[in-house]
Ligand binder design. Sequence first.
Ligand code: HEM
Length: 456
Amino acid sequence: MTSVLAPPPEGSGLKPVPGVPGIPYIGNTLAVMRHPFDYARKRYEEFGPVAWGWLLGQRTVTVQGPEAAEVVLVNRDKAFANGPAWSYFIGPFFYRGIMLLDFEEHLHHRRIMQQAFTRPRLRSYMDAMAPGIVTGVDAWEPGYGFKVYDHLKQLTLDLATDVFMGVELDQAERDRVNGAFIDAVRAGTAYVRFPVPGLRWHRGLQARKVLEEFFHRHLPAKRRDGGDDLFAALCEAETDDGHRFTDEDVVNHMIFALMAAHDTTTITLTTMAYYLAKYPEWQERLREESLAPAARRGGPGLDYADLDALTGIDMVMKESLRMVAPVPALPRKVVKDTSILGFHIPEGTTVVVPTLTNHHMAEWWPDPERFDPERFGGERREDKIHKYAWSPFGGGAHKCIGLYFAGMQVKTILHQMLQRYRWSVPARYEWPLDTTSLPSPKDGLPVRLDRLEQRG
Ligand code: HEM
């Protein structure tokens, strides 16, 4: 039954937010998680861009389309806060990560962190990352049933240890830290959200302790010796007016950055691999493009300067991020009464920008279910229809600080995959995408992987 979220203040001229809330607390959570696209479409047809319902135990307003996304993400009114919204999911494990800070404090940290993502820094991360990518991809064993998602997840995790931490670890310590990191990430999606020994939430809390102890132990040497890794960069980062991170800040930001970078990059690469398997003509086109810098230089490597020339990979990456946004929804808590597109939004409400489904709205994207990288190319540039139509990296003050890093890492890995292997899936294969947490293929994306003879 339709009901309104809250009556707008008299004389405000605002409209109440409509919706079908469902059973209190439970609401439509299962439908949203299992069938996000159908659910979003139906809701939009019935209520338009702003509607409410119970979601994950909270009164939640979901805003659809780029116009409403812009209001929330740009946040001119400072009415939408990240910390209280994201903390509900990941707070105990990613405590004081930059995405969980707000307003002045967030800006202060962001200005310092920006120093770790400058062009020269990115260039040196890329140099540090390249050998690990070559070795990691080259070690894959061709054959049938090669699980792309699982292998990419392992590769990006190994790279995170090298490029993010820059600490020499023996295998046992590497496994211990990687295991703790995986437990911390998993804990966010625990059903039992309090510490019962042996269950996810408890393991997440234990993992947080392991990670804190690890980074604190290595911090003095990092501060002293520096390096080409993100850990060193955060230790050294300093704004023009002399602000730096404390030891606590560095540890909190490292733990958060590992999480922010790992699954997102893995999902992007897996989606690209999936569509390139389904559309072999695109795979061949990208392979030719990838072989060009290799032929020029006489080796399979890639320079930072080569990245811009990989226009096909860039279009496929953008289209893959449109088809499957790795961060499917951006939650915010309303910290003072405000409005979105003329609707009254009371303090205390949770607001969600559903990036995953926004990218499939027929109102903004022609033939949205079609994989069509050319929509990002030449004259078409369909993303230009609205600044927030394509927003896999979010927007506003919290826009992904690692987006260039992500582009660099994704393109470098794909470049190596294209030169070494051809991969394919059976003609009618459709991947079973799990959307109950961050999107990922339930079957790990099994492909037939064939090794190519190296040219050049
Ligand atoms: C394709 C890969 C990636 C995607 C799709 C992605 C997506 C996002 C999104 C949507 C946000 C904004 C969340 C919000 O507004 O609530 C975000 C924030 C962030 N991302 Fe990424 N990300 C990616 C890769 C990375 C990488 C590689 C790094 C680090 C090297 C990174 C570090 C961060 C950080 C630190 C924030 C918080 C920024 C802030 O709050 O100021 N991300 N990311």
